[in-house]
Write a protein of this length. Structure first.
Length: 368
C-alpha cells in the first residue's frame, strides 16, 4: 500500500514537471572558458558601451529581477548564456568592450542589434537600419584582436577546452525586412545567406582552435509581442492555439531547419578533427514553456502568455513609440510568471527554462 501510493506520487510528480532537469550547476564538462558571439539575446553589456540603445537596457527596470540594477542585458535578469555559464561552474561573461572586464574565463562579443549579414546585404535589398551594429565579421575581428593581445600561440589549447556559443543570429536579419514590408517569400530568400554567414563564422572559430560549439537558432517569431503587434490580422486561422502568428513561426522554423542541415554537414566535415558542433533548440525550449505553462508557473497576470511584462500598452503590451523603460510604459507585478519581458526579449524565468531545456539536449554531446 505504502509502495503503491509512493509510485502514484512519483507518477504525479512526473506529470507536474514534464522535463526532468539536471541540476543547474556543474552539469557541463569542465570547460575552461566560454566565448559568446551574438546579438541582444546574449549581449551582457557591449551595446551599452558601443552605441545608442533603442530599448533602454542601461536603466531599470532592465535587470530588476536578478541583478537589481541595469547591466546592459536585454531582460529583467539573466540571459541564457548566464545560465549556461552557471551550469559550467564559470562566472558570468563580461562584455568585450567592458574596460574593467575580467576575461580569465571567457569573453562575450555579442552586440545587441547585430546581424549575421553585412551592411551591403541590406543596402542591396533596400532595407534601412537605424545604426548598423558590429555583425559576425566584426565580432570575429574583436575575437582575433583579443587573441593577438592575450594568448596568441597558447590560445588554441585553451580554446580546445572551452565552449563557444555562436548565436542566436537571424532575428535582426529579418525583422527590419518584415517591418519594411518585404513579403515572407522574399525574406525566405535571405535565409541561405544568413546561414552561410553563420557557417563561415563557426569555421573561423574552429580555425582558431574551438572544438565545442553550440549554435542556437531563433525563437518562434510569431509568438513575439512585437511581431504580433505589427503583423496582427483578424483571421482566427492565422493564429495557432497559443495565439501566435503561424506564418512567422513557420518562417523561423524554416531558418532553423536550414541551419540544422548546414550544421550537420559541418559536423561531418570536422568530426575527424575532434570538433563537435551542436544545434541549440531555443525554438523548442520556448514552445516547451507554452505547452507546459501552468506546470512551470508561467501565468501572466493578464491571462495572456503572449503579452509583454514591460511595455507601453496595447493588446500585447507592446508599443514601438513607448518601449519598456521609456515614458508611458509600465512593468507587470510578477515578471517571474511572464514569458515575455519587453516584447522582443524574454524574462529571466524564460531564459532559465530554455537554458535547462537546451542544456539537457546538448550536455552529453559536448563532453570533452
Ligand atoms: C573601472 O573600475 C574603476 C574602479 O573600480 C572605476 O572607478 C571606473 O569607473 C570603472 N570604469 C568603467 C569604464 O567602468
Ligand atoms: C527603396 O525603399 C524606399 C522606401 O522604403 C522606396 O521609396 C524606394 O522606391 C525603394 N527603392 C527600390 C530600388 O526598391
Ligand atoms: C592578429 O595578428 C596577426 C599576425 O600578426 C595579423 O595578421 C592580424 O591582422 C591580427 N588581427 C587583428 C584583428 O589584429
Amino acid at each position: 500500500m505504502a509502495m503503491a501510493s509512493y509510485s502514484v506520487l512519483l507518477i504525479t510528480a512526473f506529470f507536474l514537471f514534464p522535463i526532468a532537469f539536471a541540476a543547474t550547476s556543474g552539469i557541463f564538462p569542465a570547460f575552461k572558458s566560454i566565448y559568446q558571439f551574438g546579438n541582444s539575446l546574449s549581449d551582457t553589456g557591449n551595446l551599452l558601451r558601443w552605441g545608442t540603445m533603442f530599448y533602454p537596457a542601461d536603466k531599470l527596470p532592465y535587470g530588476e529581477t536578478y541583478f537589481r540594477k541595469a547591466t546592459g542585458r536585454f531582460s529583467d535578469g539573466r540571459l541564457i548564456v548566464d545560465f549556461i555559464a552557471a551550469a559550467a561552474n564559470l562566472p558570468y561573461l563580461d562584455a568585450y568592450l567592458n574596460k574593467n572586464g575580467s576575461f580569465a574565463h571567457g569573453v562575450n562579443f555579442a552586440v545587441a542589434g547585430a546581424t549575421a549579414n553585412e551592411r551591403e546585404f541590406f543596402d542591396k535589398r533596400n532595407i534601412s537600419y537605424d545604426e548598423f551594429k558590429p555583425a559576425i565579421l566584426e565580432q570575429l575581428e574583436w575575437f582575433e584582436k583579443y587573441i593577438n593581445s592575450t594568448c596568441r600561440k597558447d590560445c588554441a589549447e585553451k580554446f580546445g577546452n572551452s565552449l563557444f556559443i555562436f548565436g542566436e543570429y537571424g532575428g535582426n536579419d529579418y525583422f527590419p525586412a518584415f517591418q519594411q514590408g518585404k513579403s515572407i517569400s522574399e525574406v525566405m530568400s535571405y535565409v541561405p545567406h544568413t546561414v552561410a554567414s553563420i557557417i563561415h563564422g563557426v569555421k573561423r572559430v574552429i580555425q582558431h582552435g574551438a572544438k565545442r560549439i553550440l549554435v542556437p537558432g531563433p525563437y518562434p517569431f510569431g509568438c513575439l509581442p512585437s511581431q504580433l503587434t505589427s503583423s496582427g490580422t483578424d483571421k482566427a486561422d492565422d493564429y495557432d492555439q497559443f495565439g501566435c502568428l503561424k506564418k512567422y513561426n513557420d518562417f523561423a522554423a524554416y531558418h532553423n531547419r536550414f541551419l540544422q542541415v548546414a550544421l550537420s554537414k559541418l559536423n561531418r566535415q570536422y568530426a575527424s578533427k575532434g570538433v563537435v558542433i551542436v544545434y541549440g533548440d531555443f525554438y523548442g525550449g520556448f514552445m516547451n514553456i507554452f505547452h507546459n505553462a501552468n506546470e512551470l508557473g508561467f501565468n501572466h497576470e493578464s491571462g495572456s502568455l503572449v503579452k509583454a511584462c514591460c511595455g507601453g500598452g496595447g493588446a500585447y503590451n507592446f508599443d514601438k513609440a513607448k518601449p519598456c523603460g521609456k515614458e508611458g510604459s509600465s512593468v507587470c507585478t510578477n515578471p517571474k510568471a511572464a514569458v515575455h519581458w519587453d516584447g522582443v526579449h524574454l524574462t529571466d524565468a524564460s531564459h532559465r527554462h530554455i537554458s535547462q531545456f537546451v542544456i539537457n539536449q546538448v550536455a552529453s554531446k559536448l563532453a570533452l
